[in-house]
Every structure is written in C-alpha cells, then in structure tokens.
Design a protein around this ligand. Sequence first.
Ligand code: SF4
Length: 383
Amino acid sequence: MTKNEEFKSIYDYTLDELKGMLKPSFRAKQVYNWLYKKYVSSYDEMKNVPKELKEDLEANYPIDVMEIIKREKSLDGSIKYLFKLRDGVTVEAVLLLMKEKKIGEDGVVERGEKYTVCISSQVGCKVGCSFCLTAKGGFVRNLTVGEYIAQIVNIKRDNNIPENKALNIVYMGMGEPLDNFNNFTKAVEIFSELDGLAISRRRQTVSTSGIASKIKKLGEKDLGIQLAISLHAVDDDLRSELIPMNKAYNIASIIEAVKAFPVDTRKKVMFEYLVIKGKNDSIEAARKLLSLLNGIQAKVNLIYFNPYPGTTYQRPEVKDMLKFKDYLNERGLICTIRESKGLDISAACGQLKEKEANGSTWDSTFDIYRNSSGSVSSRFLCK
Ligand code: SF4
C-alpha cells in the first residue's frame, strides 16, 4: 500500500472527484463548503449532511489528518506550527503576517494584515543542502495531497482567518515540492477550487532547489503558479558544496529549464541567493549573476547567511550586501534583501522540529518560546 492509500483523507479530492464519489452529487458541494469555508474539524459539525453519509465518510475519508502539537508566536505576529501526522512523524508550517495598506471605498487608507503561509512537502528531504536542518534527518516520506491541504485548513481555523480573506501560499517548508510532483500539483489544483479555499494560483509560489527536469515538467503543465529558485551561487563548485544535487542538475541546466517556464508578463521568477562572506558576495559574482539571468523575467532576493554551529561560512558584511544589491538594481535587475520575519522564533525550516526532538521548553502561556541561549535566527523558511 502506498502512503497515499494508507493515509487517504477527505482533503485528497477535487470537487469533481467528490461529485463522482458521493450520491447524490450535490452532497459534494455541501461537504466542500463545510471543509473549506467553515473549516470544520469533524463530520458531526456538517449539519445538512445525512448521518449515514457522515458515518461512511468518517470511516473511509477521515478529516483529522494532523494535529497541532506546538506553536511558536513571534513578536511580529508570525506563528510557526509543528504538526503531528497520523504515523507520528512531524512537519512544520509558518504563518507570516505582513502589514498591508489599502485605500478603502471612501478613499481612506486602511491598514490590514496580509497572510502568507509557508507549507511543507515532505517529511525530511533528499536534497541534502549543507545549510539545512531538515536535510540532517534524511528523507522519511512524501506528504499526501490531503496533508498539503490540511496544513492550510488547520492554520486558517486556528487563526479564524475569514474564508474570503486572500492568502498566499509558498511551498517553501520542509522538503522539495518538485520531488513530490504529483501530490504537489494536485494540491495546487485543490487549493484553487473556487468552491473550496479559492486560493488563486497566482498567489501560490513553488520554491525549488533546482530539479531542472521537474521545472520543465511543471512548465509544461502551465498551472499558472509562481516559481522561485534557490540559486545561491553563480559557479557550480560552490553550488554543489551548498546543494549537492547540483552535481545532477547544474546551474546551466536550471537556467535552461527556467527559460522554458511560462511566466505571466506581469510576474517574475524569483531567484533566492544566500550570501556568504568571501564566497559569493563580490561584485564579480553580481556581474556573473546578471549575465546568467539575462533574458529571464527575474528578480533576485538576497539572504544573509546566518552561521550555525560547525559551519566555516560567515555572515556577509552589510556594506557588501548593499553593494551587491545596488549593482544589480542599477543595471535593471530588481534585487531586494530579504526581510526576515519571525526573528525571535525558530522560523527556519527544521528548527522547531529539532527543538521539539531535543526537549526544549516552552513558557507557561505556550505561545512565546523562550530561547534558552538568547540567540535568534535571521533565517526563515527552508530555501
Ligand atoms: S533547504 Fe529545502 S531542499 Fe534543501 S535540504 Fe533543506 S528542505 Fe531540502
């Protein structure tokens, strides 16, 4: 039995599939409404669904696919979740809150909140990036389609996020989404169902460590989602050191695959670039990056490398980051320095899971994690 069959759930299905499964088919829309507009956590709550059907669904397609076992709330409002799945393994997701400025109907500036949720794709990961905690645990298994969907439903429920409030999804948590291709692409489809969560595909961004063959395959499916590439280096030696999979898919093959990827004329492919002092922070590296990305609707996001115990790499100087950024911007390539959210929580991929495994403590309110060493991380998300 595959994990998909073993851990099937009601969240695995598109509306059309459910219509084919439930008789009469209008029940499918009712069930969808309870799941994705009301975020119910049990079939009991589905008031207009007959008892026998609920019992049948409960027995065959469970709703409770994961439980929240930890949450860390940052002072900036971001919340990191640790979920326990049915086989006892854990994955993380992060809700990032950003301030939003909108002009209301009466012309008055309103302040609101913008939600972005970073979700996981796998338990563990095969890619083995040298700077990543998730990589250290090796690969355990792919998430099912339902486990992708349940991360968002749980977070929306936990925060009472109104069903009509726009939300962005980044597939940037634990694991490599393109290595879980079929489940990930089906999740994109279910997330965007108008009768379901209705999260537009333009609001969904997949971040990949650069499996060139799968970027091509994804481009051919033309799902309308955004693409982000963890590039991190302009030469193959350094990139292979950081992301060993670069030996199989080198920089040239990734760039070729990205050039074939359909990008909306108003959108850009994001290139994440982890800046390491003395390794890839020179103007020469910026020049190479500019030339590599020539002909791509690209934007570059610089990330400060944050040293962790055992690494020989160092954090870059602020002045070098700014020089790098200015060099690209002055030549027409949009470049930003990543604003780190969740600085006071373990928001980088794998940190909360590791902390839980090491038995770190939580304060009595349960919401704010007290880091015993007092240190904070400026990395967030995995890639
Ligand atoms: S950074 Fe992402 S792709 Fe790389 S090992 Fe970690 S989880 Fe996998």
